[in-house]
Design a protein around this ligand. Structure first.
Ligand SMILES: Cc1cc2nc3c(=O)[nH]c(=O)nc-3n(C[C@H](O)[C@H](O)[C@H](O)COP(=O)(O)O)c2cc1C
Length: 132
């Protein structure tokens, strides 16, 4: 299955996690600001990363518009989600999972910090579900 990691990151935490996931899955990784929507849609599994921003929301200026454009054409492609957060409890990810609905392949990976803060058991479960 052809896979790509598409992420947004303000201070680098989600970027670190994006690079780790792409390395472990041996797939491409692209910052959403430089992503071609057609190139992203050429994949069967799209792994989106965006930190908790606003008040438990996706980043709405750069990430949300391009993400929405991709999701408008997602069809039956598979989707996975990850991101970094700070002081919340992961509410943004629960909302995001509900929004994606049936295309979601596994529970979103949430990380309180950067790549060095990943909980290994969560990560193994996430990566295992994406090895398809
Ligand atoms: C404007 C702004 C809003 C944020 N809102 C939330 C939030 O609602 N919940 C939360 O847990 N963390 C929130 N955070 C913390 C970020 O999610 C956290 O710093 C994260 O590591 C940033 O990831 P990044 O380095 O990939 O940008 C916010 C940070 C900023 C700058």
């Amino acid at each position: 299955m052809k896979k790509i990691v598409v992420y947004w990151s303000g201070t680098g935490n989600t970027e670190e996690i994006a690079n780790k996931i792409a390395g472990d899955l041996s797939c491409d990784v692209v910052n959403i600001n430089s992503a071609s929507i057609d190139d992203v849609l050429a994949n069967d599994l799209i792994i989106f990363g965006c930190p908790a921003m606003g008040a438990e929301e996706l980043e709405d200026t750069e990430f949300r518009p391009i993400y929405d454009a991709i999701m408008a054409e997602i069809g039956d492609k598979k989707v996975a989600l990850f991101g970094s957060y700070g002081w919340g409890d992961g509410e943004w990810m629960r909302n995001w999972e509900a929004e994606v609905g049936a295309n979601l392949v596994t529970k979103g990976l949430i990380v309180n910090g950067g790549a060095s803060d990943i909980i290994d058991s969560d990560y193994q479960e996430f990566i295992g579900a994406l090895n398809i």
